[in-house]
Design a protein around this ligand. Structure first.
Ligand SMILES: Nc1ncnc2c1ncn2[C@@H]1O[C@H](COP(=O)(O)OP(=O)(O)OP(=O)(O)O)[C@@H](O)[C@H]1O
Length: 260
């Protein structure tokens, strides 16, 4: 496995996150059942599957929220068994189905707090005097520069999700796991989110857990399909859409991949 450059561009072929034989069990029920996945920098990977397939549990395992067995390495560093904050410091960030921003604080203050995580007291002191360049950059990337002094609580739904993504960017996350980022968004917001994910995904590894198949078709560079805790298909959008097993799993559901 080639060595990545943290926060930089390690090239499209560098392996960034390797998941091997991942297993998560809740009281004898196996929610994630021997999953293998290799995620490369520059990949915009969609993780799809019916309700209860184990998608969120897999993300929870990668970010240290549930105990798991197997192996999850980022650039050769084992993540399994590490505490959530250590995993975050290693550059693995995630969002939840419900945006978790500080509603009373402004956009800038939210980013400032996120950027503070993991910084030295000296850096924190310096930070009060000026807006850090990485925060300016994140504001630009997420398109919220004009709203930097707006309380997060009055942002539109989509803008809150973008702020959350911005908070991961200022923490230098280069593996981002996003749980249903476009749920509840308008068509325009979805489109903008897709463009945002493309922009940030070019130099990072982005995993999107999603039920929105139109969104997946428009923006996925690769897709992994989970069902009952196992990977049943992986490949391009076309490959998974044409996979008979995938069609069978989705048969009769409103979001079937074959209903293009
Ligand atoms: N903390 C827990 N304790 C017990 N069972 C759990 C726990 N978390 C998840 N599960 C079970 O594990 C299975 C996988 O759940 P998970 O939420 O990962 O699926 P999902 O693919 O994300 O589903 P959805 O698309 O509905 O969000 C489900 O059967 C769920 O009930």
């Amino acid at each position: 496995m080639s060595k990545p450059v943290f926060g930089g561009n390690a090239g499209m072929t560098s392996e960034y996150l390797e998941i091997r034989n991942l297993r998560v069990t809740f009281d004898g029920f196996t929610a994630v059942d021997g999953v293998d996945m290799t995620l490369l920098q520059g990949d915009l990977r969609f993780l799809i599957g019916p309700n209860g397939a184990g998608k969120t549990t897999l993300v929870d395992a990668v970010t240290g929220l549930v105990p798991a067995t197997g192996s999850i390495t980022k650039s050769g560093v084992e993540l399994l068994g590490k505490k959530t904050h250590r995993i975050a410091r290693l550059g693995v960030g995630r969002t939840f189905q419900t945006a978790s921003v500080f509603e009373e604080l402004t956009v800038l203050q939210n980013l400032d707090i996120a950027a503070g995580a993991g910084r030295s007291p000296w850096q924190l002191l310096r930070r009060r005097k000026e807006v850090l360049p990485e925060i300016e950059e994140a504001l630009e990337t997420i398109g919220l520069t004009a709203l930097r002094d707006t309380p997060a609580g009055i942002l539109a739904h989509g803008q809150k999700q973008w702020l959350e993504i911005g908070m991961l960017l200022v923490q230098n996350a280069d593996v981002l796991l996003l749980d249903e980022p476009v749920a509840g968004m308008s068509h325009e917001e979805r489109e903008e989110t897709g463009q945002l994910l493309r922009r940030i995904g070019a130099q990072r590894t982005v995993v999107v857990v999603e039920h929105d198949m139109d969104f997946m078709r428009a923006f996925a560079t690769s897709v992994t399909v989970l069902a009952r805790g196992k990977v049943i298909a992986e490949g391009t959008v076309d490959q998974v859409q044409n996979d008979p097993q995938v069609q069978q799993v989705y048969l009769g559901t409103a979001t079937a991949p074959q209903e293009a």
